[in-house]
Design a protein around this ligand. Sequence first.
Ligand code: MN
Length: 234
Amino acid sequence: MSTDSIQHYVFPPPPMPSLPVTGRDEVIPIRRIYCVGRNYAAHAVEMGSDPDREPPFFFAKPADAIVAGGGKIPYPPLTEDLQHEMELVVVLGSGGRDIPMEQAFDHVFGYAAGLDMTRRDLQAEAKKTGRPWDMGKGFDYSAPCSPVRPASEIGHPAEGAIWLKVNGATRQSGDLNQQIWKVEEAIAYLSRFVALAAGDLIFTGTPAGVGPVVRGDRLEGHIDRVGDISVLVE
Ligand code: MN
């Protein structure tokens, strides 16, 4: 495409999904959302898996599944088992392929607190039948996420409390140091499969205690130094 031509879209392009940055007017444009599966041993066990250190695996959500800052989310269709997964979210400020682990943090803009909302019944059916997880994981409003805190301010948290309460009762409680694959390892590993780029998010897996939510439930999540996320299921 020459630089002097004007691109005429058939219809207006969709709005760019974005996340606010704490304390700034700027927002993060979101390119892709990746998620790490079974990244805390106790959660792997509760999901019926061997907690041994198998290579990490990844799945994705559409970028517009993000619910910036939390708030109200609708109970999604075609499920009777919507579940919460409270997760540390890595926000990339740059990327590349085959990123060495020692350089992984150079590509991290910051961190956020996110929820990998899951239609567990659809995911379980997909597992059983060997089908893709997309409809269990990548549905509308499936990725509520807090504002982003820059690594220049908080560093790269490798430990610290991560918890989720539903209607005030603690459901998930863990520590970032329980992650099987550390942030730098997840970035390095994922970059072997795909070229990573600025605006990519990586949901880094959830501690034990996942469970169902129903309409009217209030979810409140927290990660030390990173932030808080609050969601009301409608
Ligand atoms: Mn998850």
